[in-house]
Design a protein around this ligand. Sequence first.
Ligand code: 5AD
Ligand code: FES
Length: 350
Amino acid sequence: MSEVLALIDKLSRDRSLTEEEYEIVVSGFSPAAASYAASLASSVRASYYGSAVFMRGLIEISNYCRNDCLYCGIRRSNRSCSRYRLSPSEILACAEKGYGLGFRTFVLQGGEDPYYTDAVLCSIVSSLKSSFPDCAVTLSMGERSHESYAALFAAGADRYLLRHETACPEHYARLHPSSMSFSNRMECLSSLRSIGYQVGCGFMVGSPYQDASCLARDLKFIESFRPDMCGIGPFVPHKDTPFGSFPAGSSDLTCYLLSLIRIIYPPVLLPATTALGTVDPMGREKGLKAGANVVMPNLSPVAVRSKYSLYDNKICTGEEASECVSCLGSRIKNAGYQLVVDRGDIRKEI
Ligand code: 5AD
Ligand code: FES
C-alpha cells in the first residue's frame, strides 16, 4: 500500500493526522487516492445520514459590502457591480416560496452591508422564526461583534456560516486587504461557537497562492475546530477583481478534500457547492459521491440573481427556485441519493 493510502487509512482509524501527514496526503492527490478516500467517506456518510441529502434555501439578501477581499466579485472596489438589497418583506416572500417547495432551512447571505444593523437583522430573523417555527435560520453575513452575534442568536438565529477562508495567516494576508485580519476571523468563529450557534467554517480550493501546506493547515484546523458545517468549493476567478486572471481551482481536488473532511469529522454537514457545479457540470453529483450531504439551491428573486456574482459563470442564475429544486432533485436521485424535507441538523450520533 502506498504511503498516501496508508495515511488515509490511519486517518479513518484515528480521525487525526499531524500537519506534516496531512501535507503528504494533500500533495499525494491521485485518482487512486481520491477513489480510496471517497469510498471511506461514502460509507461513513451513509452510516450517519443514509442516502439523505439536505437542502438549504439560500437567500442572497444584499450585495453591498464594506470589505474588499481580493477574490470576491462583490468587493467594494468593484464599480461594475450593480448593487441591490432585499427588503424584509421580499426576504419573507422568498422564504414563503421556499417553504412551499420543502425547504426547512433558510440561509440569509450577504456582503457586510451596514444597512443590516442588529435591529434590522434581528427583526428579519424573528419574523422568519415566527412565520416558520419548524425551520432553521442560518446567517452568513460576515464579521460582526460578539454582542451582535449574541443579539441575533437571541432573536432566533440557529446557525452561522463564516468561512475561515484559509487557516494560514500569511495566506490570509495575500487574499485580503490589510484592514481585515486572520485573528479577527478566528475570534468571530470562537464567539459564534461560545454563543451556541451551529457554526460553519470553510475555504476555497485553488485560491491564489494556496499550496499543500495551506490545505494541510485547513484540515488540521477542521480536525480541531470540529465545525457543524464546512463549506468548501473551488476558487473561480471574477473578471473585475485583482485575481481575475488566476486559474480556477480543480473540482477533483475539491472532491478529494470533501472526502478527507468527511473522514476527519464524520457527522459534519458538507455542501456540494454551487462553485463546484460551476467548474464542472457534474460537480455537485461528484461532490455528493465524495461525501457531501447538503445542497443549497437559490431562493433569491431571479431579477437579482446575476447581481450576486461572487465569481464568473455562476450556474442557476436564470432558474426559478422551483426549477432548481426539481432539476436538483432528479440529479440527486440519479446519483443514488434522496432530497429530503428536513431542517437537516447535524447528527452527532449514528
Ligand atoms: N470563487 C469561489 N468562491 C468565492 N467566494 C467568494 N469569492 C469567490 C470566488 N471568486 C466564497 C468565499 C466566501 C463565500 C461566501 O464565497 O469563500 O466566504
Ligand atoms: Fe439550478 Fe439545476 S440546480 S437549474
